[in-house]
Design a protein. Structure first.
Length: 237
């Protein structure tokens, strides 16, 4: 059985002192649960968290949004990354370095890219999501809206996003939507706060295969070049 040592000053820490009781419990859980590893980057689903802590889903999602916005703990699909925990890691030596590298290698590349994209975003940058979303879609909000998919990140994860869209919308011609979407952002200069969310809106709003057309939603089109005759369209979401 692994052991985790928590410093007693945890309870008097300025950040922790301002948390609610449930948020403190969840924060402590993220530091001490059985899935925590040498690199503080591990897989742990909401279902497991709710079962082991007794925290209800609405409270859990609100806490996740807060910790991620504050860049204390990142929630990347079913992975958890404690941003500053490695500073207090006392394990050293070649064996531990090898072990740590093996753990890093097990993390999906897409999750690493998302982690880097969040940490590269200034802490006061607004996150494209309400504090707590529609109750029936809280998990989707955490996994997608709380992560800012910039154009660069969207392009890097294009294949995985395409695969996910095909799974969610089997009746849509997702490949065709992706072609039109890429044309929109690369040639027509559409801009979005979150490119993955925008793409999924395109998929949901597209015609079925038999109609063969695409209806872009939420795009802001720049007026320049050969597209000067097209007026910008802004649809607030």
């Amino acid at each position: 059985m692994r052991t985790r040592i928590i410093q007693t000053k945890f309870w008097s820490d300025e950040y922790v002192a301002k948390l609610t009781v449930s948020q403190r419990l969840f924060f402590l859980y993220c530091l001490t649960n059985q899935y925590v590893n040498l690199i503080w980057f591990y897989e742990c689903s909401d279902r497991i968290i709710r079962f082991e802590t007794g925290i209800d889903d609405a409270t859990l999602q609100e806490a996740k949004l807060k910790f991620q916005k504050d860049k204390k703990i990142l929630f990347l699909n079913d992975y958890i990354f404690l941003v500053n925990a490695s500073k207090y890691e006392n394990f050293t030596g070649q064996k531990n370095e090898v072990a740590a590298q093996k753990l890093w290698d097990l993390i999906p590349e897409s999750v690493k890219v998302l982690k880097d994209s969040i940490l590269d975003t200034p802490i006061d940058t607004p996150i494209d999501t309400p504090l707590i979303g529609t109750i029936s879609h809280k998990s989707e909000i955490i996994n997608h809206k709380s992560i800012i998919y910039t154009k660069k990140i969207f392009q890097k994860l294009q294949n995985e996003i395409l695969k996910e869209a095909k799974s969610k919308y089997p009746d849509k011609d997702v490949n065709l939507v992706m072609e039109e979407f890429l044309e929109g952002i690369e040639i027509k200069d559409y801009h979005y706060k979150n490119y993955k969310l925008a793409f999924f809106k395109w998929v949901r709003g597209s015609y079925h295969n038999s109609h063969g057309g695409i209806k872009p939603n939420g795009a802001v089109q720049a007026e320049k070049g050969k597209y000067d005759h097209i007026k910008p369209t802004v649809i607030l979401t």
